[in-house]
Design a protein around this ligand. Structure first.
Ligand code: PHB
Length: 395
């Protein structure tokens, strides 16, 4: 229950309507205090860099508003979720129960997101997902107070299979970390590759966040597919790219992936990444005034180049700003807040996008290739792609 409702209900029961005026200063104080923003992100482990980029992007959007939300100052609370699903609920509750945040921004890892989703559904706290693509969050377990600003796990790969077949690849091996993100990315790849006439000859996997790829790369060499498609991200992706080249596969069997493979890792991967083709809702090289300005501002603020994670964090900030402005900073005005966020058009560095009915971005997917440590756009692989939202019923 919100503090405002609590105050009104109690007061009405105890002293009646005549004294309502006496309560007004109290209401005013509750809503003019600082907005409590919780950041639950990975700051250690293979996704550490992703968490930092998301936080940077989020703060950039807020700082463009003078550091305020709907006119109110902000207080930040942070938890390192370590990409550990077994601590997901406990960590989310640190922010929701202990720190009493008004909004929880998180996270990266799909398994950890399931813990946040439970806490969000149980508590009703506003939950903004700046990365994790787990289908359930905007399908069967969707909720009015949960909004995703990133993607569903199968969205990028649904644009991948057709592009590979168009390049003449008839057979493929799929390889990933075996957890929700990899398995759901496979769903999108399988659907798009087979619908275009391709055949998947083998699915390979290893547990998250392991990076002992050698035996699997030997198996790929023996299978001799036309191409390889994969889902990896963060530190593990950089190592996969380097190991793929070191195993002698680069230049022999073209490597494809959902675009996370080549996000934030191009310095670490070096020339081994050149020529990798991916599908993603962002590209460094998007030649629009919006993207150019964003990249300049981000580089100036953080002395680093932004990637898709930075854009997702930034867009999370833009969405929250739009919502907060619509209710003049009163985040307890939930129906009006959600309505504004549902109807928002986000003027993102990735291109403008809108919210689907199940609260996931409807967005373009770009086909990209790595050249000289940059993801270069080759074209649009899918226009205004929406997730099905299957099974979502907003309660
Ligand atoms: C996820 O676990 O949902 C996930 C993690 C990293 C990515 C994309 C998806 O880059």
């Amino acid at each position: 229950m919100t503090s405002r409702r609590l105050v009104l209900t109690r007061s009405a029961a105890l002293v009646g309507a005549a004294s309502t005026a006496l309560l007004l200063p109290q209401i005013g104080r509750a809503q003019s205090g600082k907005v409590r923003v919780g950041l639950m992100l990975p700051y250690t482990g293979t996704f550490a860099q992703l968490g930092v980029a998301i936080e940077n992007g989020f703060r950039l959007a807020i700082n463009e508003q003078g550091g305020k939300l709907g006119g109110r100052e902000i207080e930040y609370f942070k938890v390192d979720d370590e990409s550990d699903p077994s601590k997901g609920i406990e960590n989310a509750n640190k922010l929701v129960q202990r720190d009493k945040v008004d909004v929880l921004v998180g996270t990266v890892h799909s398994g950890v997101q399931m813990g946040i989703q439970k806490v969000a559904r149980d508590s009703g706290v506003l939950s903004l997902i700046p990365n994790a693509g787990v289908h359930a969050a905007t399908r069967g377990l969707c909720a009015p107070n949960v909004f995703r600003t990133s993607f569903t796990n199968s969205q990028p790969t649904r644009a991948l299979g057709q592009a590979m077949v168009a390049k003449g690849h008839k057979t493929a091996v799929w390889i990933t970390w075996k957890y929700a993100a990899g398995d759901e990315a496979f769903e999108g790849f399988k659907e798009s590759f087979t619908a275009s006439g391709g055949t998947i000859i083998k699915e390979l996997g290893l547990p998250f966040p392991q990076v002992e790829f050698q035996a699997l790369l030997t198996e790929i060499a023996a299978l001799k597919p036309d191409a390889v498609a994969c889902f990896f991200a963060g530190g593990g992706a950089a190592k996969f790219i380097r190991d793929y080249a070191a195993a002698g596969l680069k230049g022999k069997i073209p490597l494809y992936g959902s675009g996370f493979l080549t996000e934030g890792v191009l310095e670490a991967a070096g020339p081994a990444a050149d020529g990798i083709i991916t599908t993603m809702h962002y590209s460094d090289s998007l030649d629009t005034p919006r993207n150019r300005q964003f990249r300049l501002d981000y580089a100036k603020a953080y002395k680093a180049q932004p990637d898709v994670y930075a854009v997702q964090g930034y867009d999370t900030g833009l969405l929250l700003v739009q919502g907060a402005n619509a209710v003049k900073g009163d985040l307890s005005a939930k129906p009006a807040l959600y309505k504004a966020m549902e109807g928002a058009t986000i003027d993102s560095p990735r291109g403008k996008w809108t919210m689907s009915k199940s609260h996931n971005p409807v967005q373009d997917m770009y086909l990209r290739v790595v050249e000289n440590k940059e993801n270069k756009v080759l074209g649009i692989a899918a226009k205004a792609l929406a997730d099905s939202g299957a099974g979502c019923k907003m309660g």
